[in-house]
Design a protein around this ligand. Structure first.
Ligand code: 6GU
Length: 260
């Protein structure tokens, strides 16, 4: 299944050392549940990225590569223990088949709670690459040789256990596509958002000025742009210190003397 195919000339240019300028970022997604991705990829920003030719999404069902009568993709662990383990053969065959669909070799990504923590810096790194192959598994885990043989980047989205890698793959796709040049409009540009510079976002207000006695800070209505910018930076520091002491410590390390 392919969702949001980019215009032909943009998709298959290979001799281009600045792929982000003209090419679409190709996502290949290997999963047992491709249907989980349909509404996500056809809504909002991921959809807009495809429509603008900045990203294209190719879904492959790992079970299509099963070879036995039961279409198995998992088996019992050697050495015993609970649960089932994703088998090598179906995943290796799926990766081989999908990689042949385009001459550009992908960056392979395995979604696993044992991976390194996905963050904004990693999203920025991935957004510069021409092709990403995401492998989402189910069950208790992957046969170790999937990791040893395919040498993927192993990513986790946090310290909790999900029933499969699909939601994590969607998190990665969403964080990456919104960074692709031309995907977000000028007004909602990603540059000054939370995490871009290590501080969380300042408080935002919209109409009405007075909602049930809760007032919008006067400075925001003053028209004084430098006063507004100063207030916002101050608020970002205060909020970060209070809500994310971990981020605040990193911020202070990078910019000594900028404390509030
Ligand atoms: Cl990438 N996969 C699963 N199954 N659980 C997770 C995760 C990934 N990241 C956090 N929890």
């Amino acid at each position: 299944m392919t969702i949001g195919v980019a215009v032909g000339s943009q998709t298959h240019v290979s001799l281009n050392h600045h792929p982000s300028i003209t090419m679409s970022l190709r996502f290949d997604i290997l999963t047992l549940f491709p249907e989980m991705f349909s509404s996500f990829l056809t809504t909002s920003i991921p959809k807009r990225a495809a429509e603008k030719g900045k990203a294209d999404y190719h879904l492959t069902n790992i079970r299509d590569f099963a070879t036995d009568a039961h279409l198995s993709v998992d088996d019992k662990p050697f050495g015993g223990g609970p649960g089932m383990v994703m088998m090598c053969q179906t995943i290796f065959d799926a990766v081989d088949a999908v990689e042949k669909q385009d001459q550009q070799p992908p960056t392979r990504i395995l979604l696993t709670p044992q991976g390194s923590r996905f963050d904004q810096k990693m999203a920025e790194d991935l957004a510069k690459r021409p092709r990403l192959l995401l492998i989402a598994g189910r069950y208790e885990g992957f046969d170790q040789r999937i990791s040893d043989g395919l040498k993927p980047i192993e990513l986790s989205i946090g310290d909790y256990v999900l029933s499969g890698g699909e939601l994590a793959a969607m998190v990665v796709i969403d964080a990456v596509v919104r960074l692709l040049p031309g995907v977000l409009g000028a007004e909602d540009g990603a540059a000054d958002e939370t995490f871009a510079d290590g501080l969380i976002e300042h408080p935002q207000y919209t109409r009405p000025r007075d909602f049930r006695g809760m007032l919008v800070p006067d400075v925001l209505l003053s028209g004084n742009h430098s006063a507004i910018a100063k207030w916002r930076l101050e608020q970002r520091k205060l909020k970060t210190k209070e809500k994310r002491p971990d981020l605040w410590a990193q911020y202070e390390e990078k910019q000594p003397g900028s404390g509030t």
